[in-house]
Design a protein around this ligand. Structure first.
Ligand SMILES: C[S@@+](CC[C@H](N)C(=O)[O-])C[C@H]1O[C@@H](n2cnc3c(N)ncnc32)[C@H](O)[C@@H]1O
Length: 367
């Protein structure tokens, strides 16, 4: 199989992401309040057809099976014997064995919902393309995934690893890339969804109302810490300075205004396809920091926070920052060193580089 041109091969495998994604689990749990209204608004299928739920960017499903279960139970609350299919979408390189293990054995999985067995399916394609049979999906869900850009940005970004540190043309180019990708994601979902189907997307966001300006960007403090620790590796001769300047983590935290833009104004590309029901940011509390504020175990906090970051960044960092010119074992060693340094830095001052989150929630109705 030829290697897909994507910005990640998926989350860290072998159970690592499941063990170190409490934050994403909390984000998916925060969707619970949006699901009842979304399910209630979708017409149930007629003629014995299945109700189809899609989970876009599912990874191993560990964090989404409970939200999907909430949706399944709401559907069954309307029609107890309604048959249901769940399509889990992610990249072909995702850990699909882990996905089906979680679907079948996690205690909070939708397969344990009362009623007829739920059909679980996989869609191994980029979510920038249609990812389900045309007009088949009644309810689309996506948690902590739609902020990933489609292609690796090709920019010099001397101030740090993240779009928030870009200025001038570089910032405009990243914003334009994020707009194009959001539009492509939504056009693909319009192809998947039934008329009157609903789509609930949660992703990292930016709250532009926080003071001082720029302080409401999800993960900004973390990304500054990550670029500074990469600078330490450069100083120690372990990483090429030019590569660090060219590296951008391909994630974009949109503001509500950026998320709404394709639906508003004269050139609104998506207004005919969707009605915008909800678009807002809400903070999601940091489980690692909450734990540290309770137990004051700084070393454990540093390890947990570093592992959380490694679980979702390693694939991209390996490919675009650490692996060039190195064999696999050398790349592993420098990754181990990098995340150990990050863990020590987080432990030394737990509040300074804390992960702050403003989750962006968008709910849409397919026209
Ligand atoms: C942080 S994980 C979130 C996983 C899960 N939804 C959760 O809440 O834990 C982001 C997921 O998005 C997937 N992803 C990134 N870009 C993608 C794309 N273009 N198409 C499909 N999935 C993608 C990654 O492979 C990864 O599994």
């Amino acid at each position: 199989m030829s290697k897909p041109s994507t910005t990640t091969e998926g989350m860290k495998r072998g159970g690592y992401y499941d063990d170190h994604s409490e934050y994403q689990r909390a984000t998916a749990a925060s969707a619970a309040s949006f699901i009842p209204e979304s399910v209630a608004a979708v017409p149930l299928p007629s003629d014995g057809q299945m109700f189809v739920i899609a989970d876009y960017g599912s990874s191993t499903g560990r964090n989404s099976v409970a939200a999907v279960r909430g949706a399944v139970e709401r559907v069954r609350g309307r029609r107890a014997d309604q048959t249901i299919a769940v399509i889990h979408n992610d990249l072909p390189t995702n850990d699909w064995n882990a996905l089906f293990a979680n679907v079948t054995s996690a205690a909070d999985s939708y397969v344990h919902a009362a009623g007829p067995p739920v059909l679980s399916m996989a869609s191994a394609v980029s979510f920038f393309e249609p990812a389900a049979p045309s007009a088949s999906v009644h309810l689309g869900l996506s948690f902590s995934a739609a902020h990933w850009l489609r292609t690796q940005p090709d920019l010099v970004l001397p101030g740090g690893f993240y779009f928030s540190e870009a200025i001038g043309d570089a910032r405009a180019a990243l914003a334009a890339q994020a707009t194009d990708d959001w539009t492509a994601f939504l056009i693909a979902r319009a192809a998947d969804l039934q008329p009157s189907g609903r789509l609930l997307v949660q992703m990292v966001g930016t709250d532009p109302t926080t003071i001082p300006a720029g302080s409401g960007i999800t993960a900004r403090k973390l990304m500054l810490a990550m670029s500074e620790v990469a600078g330490e590796l450069v100083a120690d001769g372990l990483l090429d300075a030019a590569r660090v300047k060219r590296y951008v983590l391909p994630v974009y935290a949109r503001t509500p205004a950026e998320a709404r833009a394709p639906f508003e104004g004269q050139d609104a590309t998506l207004r005919d396809l969707f009605e915008l029901i909800e678009c807002r940011t809400d903070p999601v509390a940091n489980p690692y920091l909450q734990q540290w504020r309770t137990d004051r175990d700084s070393a454990a906090y540093g390890r947990a926070y570093s592992a959380f970051v490694r679980a979702f960044t390693e694939s991209n960092l390996r490919e675009h920052l650490f692996a060039r010119g190195r064999d696999g074992a050398e790349a592993d060693a420098v990754l181990d060193d990098y995340f150990a340094r990050l863990a020590r830095r987080f432990a030394a001052d737990p509040e300074r580089d804390r992960f702050e989150d403003w989750t962006l929630t968008v709910v849409l109705a397919r026209r």
